[in-house]
Design a protein around this ligand. Structure first.
Ligand SMILES: O=P(O)(O)OC[C@H]1O[C@](O)(CO)[C@@H](O)[C@@H]1O
Length: 528
């Protein structure tokens, strides 16, 4: 296609949302009208599915759950007045709590203000708060947010060490929808011990964000934690940014959560339109379907050209991959669906992997996220008449063009600036696109059986560790791994046992492995 025809195609397909000032350009995805027409019946079904979901249908059949993240920003849409009231009240409670913390009306026992927050959570209970903090927190927030989003002991130490002089003024958010995920539970126990080590009573610093009556909720209630906020069973972890999961940390940092909700609501209204060309989420879903042949054959590379949005790709990674990456479709057929998502930020990535994107394996389509406002205030001229922002803008255009010329497709989302409304809108845009795409490819976007399988496997390894160590304690002399496995009733699991023991040995926790480390099968083990 020559430049004039491309310019025409750009204009034909350009979507613009006036209220949000958001543009979506799918002109560099090379679908034609016949392709769009062929997907119309699937889209009709997707729009109908989405309408049912928003009305409270059981959209997550495996878990027998409604899917209601859209109600969080438009509570009147909730299927019952009780739910509407609950959403409204929770938001009010969050705002009141954040204000009291910021003004010092709620303060720690030994300080006049909370200065910092440790947020403990994983997956959907971390990625949204992390993305939003990076995108929207002021340079000097009223409370500084730190995350424990893993089970790495050294990572936990690092956060606690950084805060060792301000632990007495650090609020702890423990965020877990289920209230039973091992990582946040373990992180909470470690942090609690650190508080005890400083003679601080954890309950006076701790806030739980979890489902009512979960183990975490019960613990927080029994111990009299500072506050508890509810998470609803009809909100999935990866779509929970607009629930207490995301709103509590955001409000505490002084982010305008109402504006974020408004932006999401406005985008929801726009993405409810049952017309592909006039619905930005449908245009994304269409482009993804085209890009990956409806089978995820190409990866989605997300390139925000704005530092504050660099966690967007990581956020989308969970939203897209946990939602769409499914072995079976809704009819039980094995389909192995999904779309792989990765990315960091432009132009930084141009000096890393964009070389391969331009010339290497053509197994992706790109999504550029462009922000029109360079910075608040005037810009210095780097060259006559040229600012850093002009360079960044030029890098984006240049990369988009270079990719296209080499038959690599791309989508471009443009927002006027990074603010709570546009961030809320971006989240809502992708949530809806994932929901529509899931319907196009007929998968349940709202469960994650694969993750559950991994969790079970991990639990069985820990169980094996307990059994093996109990047997080892009774042994008077060194024993071979095979023998130990047999005595523990786990002859088939010698490799797992070897790895358990090697780890414990490396941490000098009462296990000694002896012999040739190059030949694990020949090692003997004893309790020290
Ligand atoms: O909030 P929870 O229940 O601790 O779960 C954390 C994360 O674990 C998962 O269940 C599986 O990874 C995610 O869907 C969720 O965001």
């Amino acid at each position: 296609m020559d430049a004039r025809a491309l310019w025409q195609r750009y204009q034909n397909w350009l979507y613009f949302h006036e209220g949000l000032g958001l543009y979506l350009d799918v002109s560099r995805m090379r679908f034609d009208d016949a392709f769009v027409d062929s997907l119309r019946p699937k889209f009709d079904k997707a729009f109908a599915d989405m309408a049912q979901l928003e009305k409270g249908a059981i959209a997550n059949p495996d878990e027998n759950r409604m899917v209601g993240h859209y109600w969080l920003r438009n509570p009147d849409l909730a299927p019952t007045p009780e739910l509407t009231q609950e959403i409204v009240q929770t938001l009010e409670q969050i705002e009141a709590f954040a204000e009291k913390v910021q003004t010092g009306a709620i303060h720690p026992p030994r300080a006049s203000r909370f200065t910092d927050i440790i947020s403990i959570g994983i997956g959907g209970s971390a990625l949204g708060p992390q993305f939003v903090a990076e995108a929207l927190a002021p340079d000097f927030p009223p409370l500084k947010l730190h995350f424990i989003d893993n089970n790495d002991p050294a990572g936990i130490d690092r956060v606690i060490n950084h805060l060792r002089n301000s632990l007495a003024s650090t609020l702890v958010l423990v965020i877990s929808k289920s209230g039973g995920t091992p990582e946040p539970r373990n992180g909470m126990i470690e942090v609690k011990k650190a508080y005890a080590g400083h003679n601080l009573e954890f309950a006076q610093y701790a806030v739980a964000i979890t489902s009512v009556d979960s183990n975490l909720d019960k613990l927080a209630k029994d111990e009299g934690w500072l506050a508890r906020f509810p998470m609803y069973d009809w909100v999935g972890g990866r779509t929970s940014e607009m629930s207490a999961v995301g709103l509590v940390p955001a409000a505490l940092q002084g982010i305008d959560v109402r504006a974020m909700l408004d932006g999401a609501k406005e985008m929801d209204d726009a993405t409810r339109v049952p017309d592909v060309k006039n619905n930005p989420a449908a245009l994304l879903a269409l482009s993804w379907y085209f890009g990956g042949n409806g089978k995820g054959e190409k990866d989605m590379v997300v390139l925000p050209y704005k530092d504050s949005l660099f966690l967007f790709s990581r956020y989308l990674q969970q939203l897209v991959m946990e939602s769409l990456g499914k072995e079976k479709d809704l009819d039980g057929n094995v389909v192995h669906q999904g779309i792989a998502v990765y990315g960091n930020k432009g132009s930084t990535d141009q000096h890393a992997y964009v070389q391969q994107l331009r010339e290497g394996v053509a197994n992706f389509f790109a999504t550029f996220i462009e922000v029109l406002e360079d910075r608040q205030g005037p810009s210095t001229e780097i060259d006559p008449g040229v600012t850093s922002g002009d360079y960044l803008s030029g890098f984006l255009q240049g990369t988009r063009q270079a990719l296209y010329e080499n038959h690599r497709d791309s989508i471009t989302v443009t927002i006027p600036q990074v603010n709570p409304r546009t961030v809320g809108a971006l989240i809502a845009l992708y949530e809806r696109a994932v929901g529509l795409y899931a319907s196009l490819v007929n998968v349940n976007a709202y469960h994650q059986p694969g993750v559950e399988a991994g969790k079970k496997a991990a639990a069985s390894i820990l169980d094996l560790q307990t059994r093996v160590l109990a047997v080892l304690q009774k042994e008077k002399t060194p024993i071979s791994l095979d023998e130990l496995a047999k005595k523990a009733g786990a002859s088939e699991q010698v490799e797992a046992i070897y790895k358990i023991l090697r780890h414990i040995h490396a941490n000098q926790r009462g296990v000694v492995l002896q012999g040739d480390l190059q030949k694990p099968g020949s090692l003997t083990v004893s309790a020290s």
